[in-house]
Design a protein around this ligand. Structure first.
Ligand SMILES: *Cc1c(COP(=O)(O)O)cnc(C)c1O
Length: 371
């Protein structure tokens, strides 16, 4: 074996996105013990930084030591009990995974379906809440990375509470890239990921639970079936400094990376980060439209950080993406499901959301299409 030296790419797909050099160098700092007082201080700062970017005061706000999918599983494993009725919105790949989590936990999934590329219909959700008064939870994806559609989290949470449901929200792609206000919108349980709009490495899932969600966890009739993700145990590790006890070994250097990413977002200002993602989306959109390339999602529901665009007639999907990768070191995403071979997914997430990347993407695409 030899050392692995990856090629230097520009990552403009659905994630991971480009990692900022400051975050890469933070991760190369010396590993210390995960119960070292210096590390414990950094853990507390990380929790405070996450509260700031989630816009929440929730005491239970912390990074799960595993990727976004583990944050998803943490929410469902702690909140869903056997036979619980859960209304789940499916308008892309990640809603389907939510449903899979519910049924594997013995819950009953009531599916509200919308076409891929569309936002979740608040009317359909209201009807499902009316039709299922025993439902306990509403689960939906805020930013569907499989299509680039954004749903109205604020309205969906308000509806859920009118019908006595708590909410589980997937914010893996929205956190840092688009408006998100956990306390103001009364989101009960939320999970995200570090490799999308936080400019950081893959592998960590920030989560936040409010009192309403924690009460449901504490009043469970049956224990959480996952030992690793049981919040009753994890909180003993991520709780206040003095009470900290060994649960698992935190990914020490990866958390240095998350900490640096939070420092950087708070330097920029979270609202400024949302605004940067929006203005860069508009710049890319204008350039693509000049080339005659159209968007899958209507303007109102479009995510600025994930641009799904139709592949022009007669163009070979794989050939174009190969030219971008081999000649320009540029990665964009392929379409999924029914949109495989029909759309490209161009990410402008975190550190990848920069003007020079847009210029590179437009000129590389122009070259590849011309060829
Ligand atoms: C990427 C993503 C996930 C999964 O995150 P991983 O870190 O890949 O496990 C979940 N939901 C959405 C909306 C995502 O974009």
């Amino acid at each position: 074996m030899k050392s692995f030296n990856p090629p230097v790419r520009t990552l403009m797909g659905p994630g991971p996105a480009d990692v900022h050099p400051r975050i890469l160098s933070a991760m190369a700092r010396p590993t210390i013990g995960h119960l070292d007082p210096a590390f414990v201080g950094m853990m507390d700062e990380t929790k405070e930084g996450l509260k700031a970017i989630f816009k929440t005061e929730n005491e239970l706000t912390m990074p799960v030591s595993a990727p976004g999918s583990a944050g998803m599983e943490t929410c469902f494993a702690n909140l869903v009990e056997p036979n619980d009725k859960v209304i789940v919105c499916i308008n892309g790949v990640f809603g389907m995974r939510m449903k899979e989590n519910i049924t594997r936990l013995g819950g009953e999934a009531i599916v509200v379906e919308d076409d891929w590329g569309h936002a979740v219909s608040t009317d359909k959700v209201e009807q499902a809440l009316k039709d299922n008064p025993e439902a306990k939870i509403l689960a939906f994806v805020h930013a569907e990375t499989s299509t680039g559609a954004q749903s109205d989290a604020k309205t969906l949470c308000k509806l859920a509470h009118q019908y006595d449901c708590i909410t589980i929200v997937d914010a893996v792609t929205s956190l840092g890239g688009t408006e998100l206000r956990v306390d103001e919108w009364e989101i009960d349980a939320i999970y995200s990921g570090t490799q999308k709009c936080l400019s950081a490495m893959p592998g960590i899932s920030p989560i936040s639970f409010n009192e309403r969600a924690l009460t449901k966890v504490k009043n469970r009739k049956s224990p959480v079936t996952s030992w690793f993700l049981d919040l009753n145990l994890v909180m003993g590790y991520w709780g206040e400094g003095a009470k900290r006890t060994y649960h698992h070994t935190a990914p020490v250097n990866t958390l240095y990376g998350l900490h640096e990413s939070l420092v950087m977002i708070l330097e920029e200002g979270i609202e400024n980060s949302w605004a940067r993602h929006q203005s860069n989306h508009e710049l890319l959109r204008d350039g693509l439209e000049v080339m005659g390339i159209n968007f899958l999602v209507n303007e109102k529901d479009r995510l600025p950080q994930l641009n799904s665009v139709f592949i022009p007639e007669g163009i070979d999907d794989a050939q174009v993406r190969a030219i971008l990768l081999n000649d320009y070191n540029l990665e964009i995403g392929a379409g999924l499901g029914a949109y495989a071979g029909k759309v490209w997914r161009i990410g402008l997430m975190g550190y990848a959301s920069r003007k020079e990347n847009i210029a590179l993407c437009l000129s590389a695409l122009g070259d590849a299409l011309g060829r």
